[in-house]
Ligand binder design. Structure first.
Ligand code: UDX
Length: 441
Protein backbone atom coordinates (compact mmCIF):
# COMPACT_ATOMS: atom_id res chain seq x y z
CA UNK A 1 0.00 0.00 0.00
CA UNK A 2 1.06 3.64 -0.40
CA UNK A 3 1.50 5.34 2.94
CA UNK A 4 2.58 8.86 3.85
CA UNK A 5 3.87 10.00 7.22
CA UNK A 6 3.74 13.68 8.10
CA UNK A 7 6.35 14.53 10.74
CA UNK A 8 9.67 12.71 11.13
CA UNK A 9 10.13 12.87 14.90
CA UNK A 10 10.69 9.66 16.90
CA UNK A 11 7.30 8.18 16.13
CA UNK A 12 6.98 9.27 12.49
CA UNK A 13 10.49 8.26 11.51
CA UNK A 14 10.54 4.87 13.23
CA UNK A 15 7.01 4.01 12.06
CA UNK A 16 7.69 5.19 8.50
CA UNK A 17 10.93 3.24 8.24
CA UNK A 18 9.32 0.11 9.68
CA UNK A 19 6.21 0.36 7.47
CA UNK A 20 8.56 0.25 4.50
CA UNK A 21 10.21 -2.82 6.10
CA UNK A 22 6.73 -4.44 6.22
CA UNK A 23 6.57 -4.01 2.42
CA UNK A 24 4.64 -0.76 1.97
CA UNK A 25 5.66 2.19 -0.20
CA UNK A 26 6.31 4.96 2.26
CA UNK A 27 6.88 8.69 1.87
CA UNK A 28 7.90 10.69 4.94
CA UNK A 29 7.24 14.42 4.84
CA UNK A 30 8.90 16.96 7.08
CA UNK A 31 8.96 20.69 6.40
CA UNK A 32 12.40 20.88 8.05
CA UNK A 33 14.47 20.39 4.90
CA UNK A 34 17.73 19.94 6.84
CA UNK A 35 16.27 16.74 8.32
CA UNK A 36 15.14 15.53 4.91
CA UNK A 37 18.61 16.08 3.42
CA UNK A 38 20.14 13.86 6.12
CA UNK A 39 17.46 11.17 5.90
CA UNK A 40 17.81 10.96 2.11
CA UNK A 41 21.49 10.25 2.77
CA UNK A 42 20.37 7.40 5.10
CA UNK A 43 21.61 9.33 8.13
CA UNK A 44 19.32 8.89 11.18
CA UNK A 45 18.25 12.21 12.72
CA UNK A 46 17.63 10.59 16.10
CA UNK A 47 19.60 8.12 18.21
CA UNK A 48 17.68 4.84 18.10
CA UNK A 49 19.01 1.30 18.19
CA UNK A 50 19.03 -0.41 14.70
CA UNK A 51 17.32 2.55 13.01
CA UNK A 52 20.24 3.17 10.65
CA UNK A 53 20.09 -0.43 9.40
CA UNK A 54 16.35 -0.31 8.60
CA UNK A 55 16.59 3.22 7.18
CA UNK A 56 19.27 2.06 4.77
CA UNK A 57 17.24 -1.04 3.87
CA UNK A 58 14.17 1.09 3.11
CA UNK A 59 15.95 3.68 0.97
CA UNK A 60 17.96 1.02 -0.91
CA UNK A 61 14.79 -0.98 -1.64
CA UNK A 62 13.27 2.20 -3.13
CA UNK A 63 10.24 1.77 -0.84
CA UNK A 64 11.16 4.65 1.46
CA UNK A 65 11.24 8.29 0.34
CA UNK A 66 11.74 11.60 2.11
CA UNK A 67 10.35 14.94 0.94
CA UNK A 68 10.13 18.43 2.45
CA UNK A 69 6.78 19.56 1.02
CA UNK A 70 3.19 18.40 0.60
CA UNK A 71 3.77 17.31 -2.98
CA UNK A 72 2.54 15.05 -5.78
CA UNK A 73 3.18 11.81 -3.92
CA UNK A 74 0.22 12.48 -1.64
CA UNK A 75 -2.34 11.85 -4.38
CA UNK A 76 -1.38 8.16 -4.49
CA UNK A 77 -1.63 7.65 -0.73
CA UNK A 78 -4.03 5.09 0.72
CA UNK A 79 -3.36 6.46 4.20
CA UNK A 80 -1.68 9.58 5.61
CA UNK A 81 -0.32 9.08 9.12
CA UNK A 82 -0.16 12.29 11.14
CA UNK A 83 2.84 12.04 13.48
CA UNK A 84 3.40 15.64 14.49
CA UNK A 85 4.08 16.87 18.03
CA UNK A 86 1.30 17.67 20.52
CA UNK A 87 3.24 19.52 23.24
CA UNK A 88 1.71 20.62 26.55
CA UNK A 89 0.27 24.14 26.72
CA UNK A 90 1.01 26.13 29.89
CA UNK A 91 -2.20 24.80 31.51
CA UNK A 92 -1.22 21.15 30.84
CA UNK A 93 -3.67 20.57 27.97
CA UNK A 94 -2.38 19.26 24.63
CA UNK A 95 -1.58 21.79 21.90
CA UNK A 96 -3.36 20.45 18.80
CA UNK A 97 -2.48 23.25 16.38
CA UNK A 98 0.09 21.10 14.52
CA UNK A 99 -2.53 18.40 13.90
CA UNK A 100 -5.09 20.74 12.34
CA UNK A 101 -2.56 22.69 10.29
CA UNK A 102 -1.10 19.46 8.94
CA UNK A 103 -4.52 17.98 8.06
CA UNK A 104 -5.52 21.31 6.48
CA UNK A 105 -2.39 21.26 4.32
CA UNK A 106 -2.68 17.69 3.01
CA UNK A 107 -6.42 17.55 2.25
CA UNK A 108 -6.35 19.16 -1.18
CA UNK A 109 -3.79 16.63 -2.42
CA UNK A 110 -5.65 13.45 -1.37
CA UNK A 111 -7.98 11.05 -3.17
CA UNK A 112 -11.38 10.75 -1.45
CA UNK A 113 -10.82 7.28 0.00
CA UNK A 114 -7.43 8.08 1.55
CA UNK A 115 -7.71 7.65 5.32
CA UNK A 116 -6.17 10.25 7.64
CA UNK A 117 -4.64 8.35 10.54
CA UNK A 118 -3.95 10.29 13.73
CA UNK A 119 -0.98 8.61 15.40
CA UNK A 120 0.08 11.60 17.51
CA UNK A 121 -1.22 11.37 21.08
CA UNK A 122 -4.40 13.46 21.24
CA UNK A 123 -7.21 13.85 23.80
CA UNK A 124 -10.44 11.91 23.24
CA UNK A 125 -12.71 13.83 20.90
CA UNK A 126 -9.88 15.17 18.73
CA UNK A 127 -10.33 12.68 15.87
CA UNK A 128 -14.07 13.40 15.79
CA UNK A 129 -13.20 17.11 15.60
CA UNK A 130 -10.71 16.41 12.79
CA UNK A 131 -13.44 14.53 10.91
CA UNK A 132 -15.83 17.52 11.31
CA UNK A 133 -13.04 19.88 10.22
CA UNK A 134 -12.52 17.80 7.04
CA UNK A 135 -16.27 17.86 6.28
CA UNK A 136 -16.46 21.61 6.85
CA UNK A 137 -13.68 22.07 4.30
CA UNK A 138 -15.76 20.09 1.80
CA UNK A 139 -13.68 16.88 1.71
CA UNK A 140 -14.80 13.27 2.16
CA UNK A 141 -11.76 11.68 3.80
CA UNK A 142 -12.31 9.52 6.89
CA UNK A 143 -10.25 9.56 10.06
CA UNK A 144 -8.68 6.69 12.00
CA UNK A 145 -7.05 6.79 15.41
CA UNK A 146 -3.98 4.57 15.80
CA UNK A 147 -2.01 5.42 18.95
CA UNK A 148 1.64 4.43 19.20
CA UNK A 149 3.25 2.52 22.05
CA UNK A 150 6.90 2.75 21.04
CA UNK A 151 9.51 3.22 23.75
CA UNK A 152 12.58 5.26 22.88
CA UNK A 153 15.65 3.04 22.71
CA UNK A 154 13.62 -0.05 21.82
CA UNK A 155 11.26 1.53 19.30
CA UNK A 156 12.26 -0.70 16.35
CA UNK A 157 11.80 -3.85 18.43
CA UNK A 158 8.52 -2.50 19.84
CA UNK A 159 7.15 -1.77 16.35
CA UNK A 160 7.60 -5.35 15.17
CA UNK A 161 6.75 -7.03 18.46
CA UNK A 162 4.00 -4.76 19.75
CA UNK A 163 1.52 -6.33 22.23
CA UNK A 164 -1.40 -4.83 20.37
CA UNK A 165 -2.54 -2.56 17.57
CA UNK A 166 -5.37 -0.21 18.49
CA UNK A 167 -7.57 1.17 15.72
CA UNK A 168 -10.35 3.69 16.25
CA UNK A 169 -12.72 4.48 13.43
CA UNK A 170 -16.28 5.14 12.36
CA UNK A 171 -16.72 2.97 9.27
CA UNK A 172 -15.80 -0.34 7.67
CA UNK A 173 -13.78 1.22 4.83
CA UNK A 174 -11.39 2.76 7.39
CA UNK A 175 -11.02 -0.49 9.33
CA UNK A 176 -10.46 -2.35 6.04
CA UNK A 177 -7.56 -0.08 5.03
CA UNK A 178 -6.01 -0.23 8.51
CA UNK A 179 -6.29 -4.04 8.55
CA UNK A 180 -4.46 -4.22 5.21
CA UNK A 181 -1.70 -1.92 6.45
CA UNK A 182 -1.11 -3.99 9.57
CA UNK A 183 -1.71 -7.41 7.96
CA UNK A 184 2.02 -8.34 8.05
CA UNK A 185 1.91 -7.99 11.85
CA UNK A 186 -1.55 -9.45 12.57
CA UNK A 187 -0.66 -12.50 10.44
CA UNK A 188 2.15 -13.12 12.94
CA UNK A 189 -0.46 -13.25 15.71
CA UNK A 190 -0.32 -9.67 16.99
CA UNK A 191 -3.76 -8.71 18.27
CA UNK A 192 -5.75 -5.81 16.88
CA UNK A 193 -8.54 -4.05 18.75
CA UNK A 194 -11.13 -2.11 16.77
CA UNK A 195 -13.05 0.54 18.66
CA UNK A 196 -14.51 4.00 18.28
CA UNK A 197 -12.27 7.03 17.78
CA UNK A 198 -12.47 8.48 21.31
CA UNK A 199 -11.91 5.17 23.11
CA UNK A 200 -8.85 4.54 20.97
CA UNK A 201 -7.50 7.99 21.88
CA UNK A 202 -8.18 7.38 25.58
CA UNK A 203 -6.44 3.96 25.52
CA UNK A 204 -3.15 5.76 24.91
CA UNK A 205 -3.53 8.17 27.83
CA UNK A 206 -4.84 5.42 30.10
CA UNK A 207 -1.94 3.07 29.25
CA UNK A 208 0.72 5.69 29.91
CA UNK A 209 -0.97 6.88 33.11
CA UNK A 210 -1.30 3.32 34.38
CA UNK A 211 2.40 2.61 33.74
CA UNK A 212 3.36 5.91 35.38
CA UNK A 213 1.16 4.90 38.31
CA UNK A 214 3.15 1.68 38.70
CA UNK A 215 6.42 3.63 38.75
CA UNK A 216 5.14 6.24 41.22
CA UNK A 217 3.79 3.41 43.41
CA UNK A 218 7.11 1.57 43.52
CA UNK A 219 8.96 4.85 44.15
CA UNK A 220 6.70 5.61 47.11
CA UNK A 221 7.23 2.05 48.35
CA UNK A 222 10.99 2.57 48.09
CA UNK A 223 10.67 5.53 50.48
CA UNK A 224 8.73 3.33 52.88
CA UNK A 225 11.38 0.60 52.56
CA UNK A 226 14.02 3.15 53.55
CA UNK A 227 12.15 4.05 56.68
CA UNK A 228 11.39 0.53 57.89
CA UNK A 229 14.45 -1.30 56.57
CA UNK A 230 12.94 -3.48 53.81
CA UNK A 231 14.61 -4.42 50.53
CA UNK A 232 12.94 -2.59 47.62
CA UNK A 233 14.55 -4.78 44.94
CA UNK A 234 13.17 -7.96 46.50
CA UNK A 235 9.86 -6.24 47.14
CA UNK A 236 9.57 -5.26 43.48
CA UNK A 237 10.48 -8.79 42.40
CA UNK A 238 8.07 -10.32 44.89
CA UNK A 239 5.04 -8.32 43.85
CA UNK A 240 5.96 -8.57 40.15
CA UNK A 241 5.83 -12.37 40.34
CA UNK A 242 2.07 -12.07 40.64
CA UNK A 243 0.94 -12.31 37.00
CA UNK A 244 -2.02 -10.07 37.79
CA UNK A 245 0.45 -7.29 38.62
CA UNK A 246 3.25 -8.14 36.18
CA UNK A 247 6.94 -7.46 36.72
CA UNK A 248 7.46 -4.55 34.31
CA UNK A 249 7.57 -0.87 35.26
CA UNK A 250 8.36 -1.70 38.87
CA UNK A 251 11.94 -0.41 38.96
CA UNK A 252 12.36 2.33 41.54
CA UNK A 253 14.34 5.36 40.48
CA UNK A 254 14.55 9.13 40.40
CA UNK A 255 11.10 9.38 38.78
CA UNK A 256 9.71 8.96 35.29
CA UNK A 257 10.48 11.41 32.50
CA UNK A 258 10.58 11.61 28.73
CA UNK A 259 8.39 13.20 26.14
CA UNK A 260 5.29 11.09 26.87
CA UNK A 261 4.50 10.15 30.46
CA UNK A 262 4.67 13.61 32.09
CA UNK A 263 2.85 15.28 29.19
CA UNK A 264 0.17 12.62 28.77
CA UNK A 265 -0.70 12.47 32.47
CA UNK A 266 -1.10 16.24 32.59
CA UNK A 267 -3.31 16.13 29.50
CA UNK A 268 -5.49 13.38 31.04
CA UNK A 269 -5.75 15.38 34.28
CA UNK A 270 -6.82 18.44 32.29
CA UNK A 271 -9.38 16.37 30.38
CA UNK A 272 -10.82 14.91 33.60
CA UNK A 273 -11.01 18.36 35.23
CA UNK A 274 -12.83 19.68 32.17
CA UNK A 275 -15.69 17.21 32.72
CA UNK A 276 -15.68 17.46 36.53
CA UNK A 277 -14.31 13.94 36.92
CA UNK A 278 -11.99 14.00 39.94
CA UNK A 279 -9.54 11.22 38.97
CA UNK A 280 -7.59 11.87 42.19
CA UNK A 281 -4.99 9.17 41.45
CA UNK A 282 -3.58 11.35 38.67
CA UNK A 283 -2.94 14.21 41.12
CA UNK A 284 -1.08 11.79 43.39
CA UNK A 285 1.09 10.41 40.55
CA UNK A 286 2.02 13.90 39.37
CA UNK A 287 2.83 15.14 42.90
CA UNK A 288 4.80 12.04 43.75
CA UNK A 289 6.91 12.31 40.59
CA UNK A 290 7.40 16.08 40.76
CA UNK A 291 8.68 15.87 44.35
CA UNK A 292 11.13 13.07 43.66
CA UNK A 293 14.25 15.03 42.53
CA UNK A 294 13.93 17.49 45.45
CA UNK A 295 13.43 14.68 47.99
CA UNK A 296 16.42 12.73 46.70
CA UNK A 297 18.58 15.85 46.67
CA UNK A 298 17.61 16.54 50.28
CA UNK A 299 18.76 13.05 51.23
CA UNK A 300 22.04 13.44 49.36
CA UNK A 301 22.71 16.72 51.14
CA UNK A 302 21.96 15.16 54.53
CA UNK A 303 24.33 12.27 53.88
CA UNK A 304 27.08 14.61 52.67
CA UNK A 305 27.07 16.43 56.00
CA UNK A 306 24.17 18.84 55.57
CA UNK A 307 25.76 21.15 53.01
CA UNK A 308 26.84 20.78 49.37
CA UNK A 309 28.01 24.36 48.83
CA UNK A 310 31.13 24.19 46.63
CA UNK A 311 31.04 20.37 46.82
CA UNK A 312 31.70 18.72 43.49
CA UNK A 313 29.06 16.19 42.48
CA UNK A 314 29.64 13.95 39.46
CA UNK A 315 26.34 13.07 37.80
CA UNK A 316 26.51 9.93 35.67
CA UNK A 317 23.67 10.05 33.15
CA UNK A 318 21.62 12.96 31.84
CA UNK A 319 19.01 11.25 29.67
CA UNK A 320 15.61 10.32 31.12
CA UNK A 321 16.48 6.64 30.71
CA UNK A 322 19.24 4.60 29.06
CA UNK A 323 19.68 4.02 25.31
CA UNK A 324 18.36 7.36 24.15
CA UNK A 325 19.85 10.84 23.70
CA UNK A 326 16.65 12.47 24.92
CA UNK A 327 16.80 14.85 27.89
CA UNK A 328 13.15 15.90 27.82
CA UNK A 329 11.67 15.94 31.36
CA UNK A 330 14.70 13.98 32.50
CA UNK A 331 14.81 13.46 36.27
CA UNK A 332 18.62 13.77 35.98
CA UNK A 333 18.22 17.35 34.76
CA UNK A 334 15.85 18.14 37.62
CA UNK A 335 18.28 16.62 40.13
CA UNK A 336 21.06 18.79 38.70
CA UNK A 337 18.90 21.92 38.99
CA UNK A 338 18.21 21.06 42.64
CA UNK A 339 21.89 20.44 43.40
CA UNK A 340 22.87 23.73 41.76
CA UNK A 341 20.26 25.59 43.79
CA UNK A 342 22.06 24.41 46.94
CA UNK A 343 25.40 25.68 45.64
CA UNK A 344 26.90 22.36 44.50
CA UNK A 345 29.32 22.24 41.57
CA UNK A 346 28.00 19.75 39.04
CA UNK A 347 30.13 17.79 36.58
CA UNK A 348 28.32 15.42 34.25
CA UNK A 349 28.91 12.57 31.86
CA UNK A 350 26.42 10.84 29.57
CA UNK A 351 27.23 8.53 26.64
CA UNK A 352 24.66 10.16 24.30
CA UNK A 353 22.85 13.04 25.96
CA UNK A 354 25.55 15.68 26.45
CA UNK A 355 25.10 17.25 23.01
CA UNK A 356 21.53 18.12 23.97
CA UNK A 357 22.34 19.98 27.18
CA UNK A 358 22.71 23.17 25.12
CA UNK A 359 18.88 23.25 25.01
CA UNK A 360 18.89 24.06 28.73
CA UNK A 361 20.25 27.60 28.66
CA UNK A 362 20.26 27.87 32.46
CA UNK A 363 22.56 24.81 32.65
CA UNK A 364 25.09 25.27 29.82
CA UNK A 365 27.39 27.52 31.79
CA UNK A 366 26.83 25.84 35.14
CA UNK A 367 27.29 22.15 34.31
CA UNK A 368 30.69 20.98 33.20
CA UNK A 369 30.32 18.05 30.80
CA UNK A 370 33.24 15.60 30.63
CA UNK A 371 34.08 13.11 27.90
CA UNK A 372 34.51 10.11 30.23
CA UNK A 373 33.01 9.07 33.58
CA UNK A 374 36.55 8.98 35.02
CA UNK A 375 37.11 12.63 34.12
CA UNK A 376 33.77 13.54 35.69
CA UNK A 377 34.62 11.64 38.88
CA UNK A 378 38.07 13.23 39.30
CA UNK A 379 38.17 15.35 42.47
CA UNK A 380 34.47 14.80 43.18
CA UNK A 381 32.85 14.52 46.60
CA UNK A 382 30.21 12.09 45.34
CA UNK A 383 28.89 10.30 42.27
CA UNK A 384 25.18 10.17 41.51
CA UNK A 385 24.07 7.52 39.02
CA UNK A 386 20.99 9.13 37.51
CA UNK A 387 20.52 6.98 34.38
CA UNK A 388 20.87 3.20 34.07
CA UNK A 389 23.34 3.09 31.13
CA UNK A 390 25.06 -0.31 30.88
CA UNK A 391 28.38 1.52 30.79
CA UNK A 392 27.90 2.57 34.43
CA UNK A 393 27.38 -1.04 35.55
CA UNK A 394 30.81 -2.19 34.35
CA UNK A 395 33.11 0.70 35.23
CA UNK A 396 36.29 0.05 37.19
CA UNK A 397 35.03 1.63 40.41
CA UNK A 398 38.20 0.65 42.29
CA UNK A 399 40.10 2.96 39.95
CA UNK A 400 37.39 5.61 40.09
CA UNK A 401 37.60 5.65 43.91
CA UNK A 402 41.26 6.66 43.70
CA UNK A 403 40.25 9.71 41.62
CA UNK A 404 37.58 10.97 43.99
CA UNK A 405 37.95 13.30 46.95
CA UNK A 406 35.45 11.36 49.07
CA UNK A 407 34.08 7.96 48.02
CA UNK A 408 30.28 8.44 48.02
CA UNK A 409 28.05 6.76 45.46
CA UNK A 410 24.34 7.52 45.25
CA UNK A 411 22.89 4.90 42.95
CA UNK A 412 19.47 6.22 41.95
CA UNK A 413 18.87 3.37 39.50
CA UNK A 414 19.99 0.51 41.78
CA UNK A 415 22.35 -0.83 39.12
CA UNK A 416 25.46 -1.60 41.18
CA UNK A 417 26.17 -4.53 43.47
CA UNK A 418 26.02 -3.08 46.98
CA UNK A 419 28.32 -5.66 48.54
CA UNK A 420 31.01 -5.37 45.87
CA UNK A 421 30.96 -1.58 45.93
CA UNK A 422 31.08 -1.41 49.73
CA UNK A 423 33.99 -3.87 49.78
CA UNK A 424 35.89 -1.38 47.61
CA UNK A 425 35.49 1.13 50.41
CA UNK A 426 32.70 3.26 49.02
CA UNK A 427 29.91 4.70 51.10
CA UNK A 428 27.10 3.38 48.92
CA UNK A 429 23.47 4.52 48.99
CA UNK A 430 20.83 3.20 46.64
CA UNK A 431 17.12 3.81 46.29
CA UNK A 432 15.16 2.13 49.07
CA UNK A 433 18.18 1.47 51.27
CA UNK A 434 17.87 2.22 54.97
CA UNK A 435 20.97 4.38 54.84
CA UNK A 436 19.29 6.75 52.34
CA UNK A 437 16.43 7.25 54.80
CA UNK A 438 18.56 7.73 57.89
CA UNK A 439 22.13 8.89 57.83
CA UNK A 440 22.87 6.95 60.99
CA UNK A 441 21.15 3.79 59.71
C1 UDX B 1 6.63 5.56 26.97
C2 UDX B 1 5.70 4.34 26.80
O1 UDX B 1 6.31 3.20 27.42
C3 UDX B 1 5.40 4.09 25.34
O2 UDX B 1 4.49 3.00 25.23
C4 UDX B 1 4.76 5.38 24.81
O3 UDX B 1 4.33 5.25 23.54
C5 UDX B 1 5.74 6.52 24.94
O4 UDX B 1 6.04 6.69 26.33
P1 UDX B 1 9.23 6.06 26.72
O5 UDX B 1 8.91 7.45 27.15
O6 UDX B 1 10.13 5.87 25.56
O7 UDX B 1 7.88 5.26 26.38
O8 UDX B 1 9.94 5.35 27.95
P2 UDX B 1 9.64 4.18 28.98
O9 UDX B 1 10.59 3.09 28.74
O10 UDX B 1 8.20 3.84 29.04
O11 UDX B 1 10.07 4.92 30.33
C6 UDX B 1 9.43 6.12 30.77
C7 UDX B 1 10.06 6.62 32.05
O12 UDX B 1 9.77 5.76 33.14
C8 UDX B 1 11.58 6.72 32.01
O13 UDX B 1 11.98 7.90 32.65
C9 UDX B 1 12.06 5.50 32.78
O14 UDX B 1 13.32 5.66 33.39
C10 UDX B 1 10.96 5.40 33.84
N1 UDX B 1 10.81 4.03 34.37
C11 UDX B 1 10.37 3.04 33.56
C12 UDX B 1 11.07 3.79 35.72
O15 UDX B 1 11.47 4.69 36.48
N2 UDX B 1 10.88 2.53 36.19
C13 UDX B 1 10.43 1.50 35.42
O16 UDX B 1 10.28 0.38 35.94
C14 UDX B 1 10.17 1.76 34.06
Amino acid sequence: MNITFVGTGYVGLVSGVMMSYLGHNVTCIDLDSSKIVRLKKKEPTIYEDSLEKYLKMGVDSNRLHFVDSYDQNLKHSDAVFVTVGTPSLSDGSADLSNIFSCVGSVLKHLKDDCVIVIKSTVPPGTCNNVESFIKQKGYKNKVASNPEFLREGTAIHDFINTDRIIIGGNDELTFGIMKNIYAPLTKKGIQMLETDLSTSELIKYASNSFLANKIAFINELSDLCQEIGCNINHLSEGIGMDKRIGNSFLKPGPGFGGSCFPKDILALQKLAQGVSSKFLILDAIINSNNNRPANLTRKVIGLLGGDVKEKKIAVFGLTYKANTDDLRCSPAINLIKELLSFGAKVVAYDPQGMKNISRYKELIKKVECKTTPQKAARGSDAIIIATEWNEFKVLDYKKIKTLMKTPFIFDFRNVLDKQQIEEMGFEYHCIGSKKMGNKNG
